[in-house]
Design a protein around this ligand. Structure first.
Ligand code: HSE
Length: 307
C-alpha cells in the first residue's frame, strides 16, 4: 500500500460526569487525512487546509505522532501527510485528538496493524501533549475505539469500550470563540469536596450502567457534572440558557464538550434531536455571537478508511 485517506472523527470528552475518563466519537464531523508512503525516511507535512496549524513536524500533533511511531517501529520508509481540518482547533470537539489519533491509526495501516488500539492510544496521547501540554486519553481513545469509551486507568492505561444505545443522538453547538484546553484546565480546583466526589462517581456508574442497559432515563439522570462544569461554564457565553432550553426541549442532558466552548446535548431519537437543535439554535441566534451547530449519531467505529 502506498496511499491512504482516512476520516478521523470529532469527539466529545467528559460527557458531563466523566472528566478525563469518558468520551464518545461523533459521526458527521471530523478531519480528512492522507498518507503517502515515501522512500525517504521520516515524516513531512505537505498540506494543511481548514485551520492554521504548524508545519514543523515536532510541533504538529499528527506529524509528531507519526515520527514517534516510525522510529519505534524502525520503519524503513517515510510518510508524506496532508490534513484537512473539518472543524476548528479550540472548539472542545477534540481537534488535536482527531489529528493525533488519525495519525496513529493511519501510519499503523502501513505497518500491517503492528500496534493494538491501546498502543495507538498511547502514541496519540503523546500528540495531545504536543498540542495542549497534557497527555489526556478521553478524546483520543474515543476517536480510535469509536463509540463510548471509559478510561478506567491512566497508569497503566486501560480503556473500556462501552455500548452505544441505538437511538442516542448528539446535538452540539460551537460558539465561534476559542478556548485553549490549557486555560480551561487552569480554572479547575486542585481539591474537591467529598460530597461532590460521591455525586460524581455515582453518576459515572449510573451513566455506564444506562449505556449497557439502554436505560435512557438512567442516562438522563446521570448526565450531571457538579465538579468541572461550575468552574468552566463562565468561559462559555450563554451556557446556562442553552442548557436550560435544551433540557426543556427534551434533551436527556447537556453539558460542556471537553474543555469547551462547544456545548453538547444527548437526545433519544431523531425527532427529539431536531427539537433540541431548534431550541439551541434559536437561543444562540438572539445572542449575536456566530456559531455552528450539528446533529450526529454516535460513531460506533471511530476511524474510517475512505480510500
Ligand atoms: N478531558 C479534557 C478536559 C478534554 O476536559 O480538559 C480536553 O482535552
Amino acid at each position: 500500500m502506498d496511499y491512504l485517506k482516512i476520516f478521523a472523527p470529532a469527539t466529545v470528552a467528559n460527557v458531563s460526569c466523566g472528566f478525563d475518563s469518558l468520551g464518545f466519537a461523533v459521526d458527521t464531523i471530523g478531519d480528512e487525512m492522507t498518507f503517502t508512503k515515501t522512500s525517504k525516511k521520516g515524516v513531512k507535512i505537505t498540506n494543511i487546509t481548514g485551520a492554521d496549524l504548524p508545519y514543523d513536524v515536532d510541533k504538529n500533533a499528527a506529524s509528531a505522532v507519526i515520527k514517534k511511531i516510525l522510529l519505534d517501529a524502525k520503519a524503513d520508509f517515510g510518510i508524506a501527510l496532508t490534513i484537512h481540518k473539518g472543524f476548528s482547533p479550540g472548539s472542545g470537539l477534540g481537534s488535536s485528538a482527531a489529528s493525533a489519533a488519525g495519525a496513529a491509526f493511519g501510519v499503523n495501516q502501513f505497518l500491517a496493524d503492528k500496534y493494538s488500539n491501546l498502543e495507538l492510544t498511547k502514541f496519540a496521547m503523546f500528540g495531545e501533549e504536543v498540542a495542549c501540554g497534557s497527555a489526556i486519553a478521553d478524546n483520543v481513545a474515543a476517536a480510535i475505539y469509536g463509540g463510548f469509551v471509559l478510561v478506567r486507568s491512566y497508569e497503566p492505561l486501560e480503556i473500556i469500550k462501552l455500548p452505544v444505545p441505538e437511538a442516542l443522538r448528539v446535538v452540539a453547538i460551537h460558539p465561534q470563540i476559542a478556548i485553549k484546553t490549557k486555560d480551561a484546565r487552569e480554572v479547575l480546583p486542585k481539591e474537591i469536596a467529598l460530597k461532590n466526589a460521591v455525586t460524581q462517581w455515582a453518576n459515572v456508574g449510573g451513566l455506564v450502567s444506562g449505556l449497557f442497559t439502554n436505560n435512557y432515563e438512567l442516562i438522563s439522570n446521570s448526565l450531571v457534572d457538579v465538579i468541572v462544569e461550575p468552574f468552566r461554564k463562565g468561559l462559555i457565553p450563554f451556557f446556562d440558557e442553552v442548557k436550560t432550553n435544551a433540557l426543556n426541549a427534551g434533551a436527556l442532558g447537556a453539558g460542556i464538550s471537553g474543555s469547551g466552548p462547544t456545548i453538547f446535548a444527548l437526545c433519544k431519537g431523531e425527532k427529539s434531536a431536531k427539537d433540541v437543535y431548534k431550541a439551541i439554535e434559536s437561543t444562540y441566534k438572539e445572542t449575536g455571537i456566530g456559531f455552528e451547530i450539528f446533529i450526529s449519531k454516535i460513531n460506533p467505529q471511530g476511524m474510517k478508511i475512505i480510500e
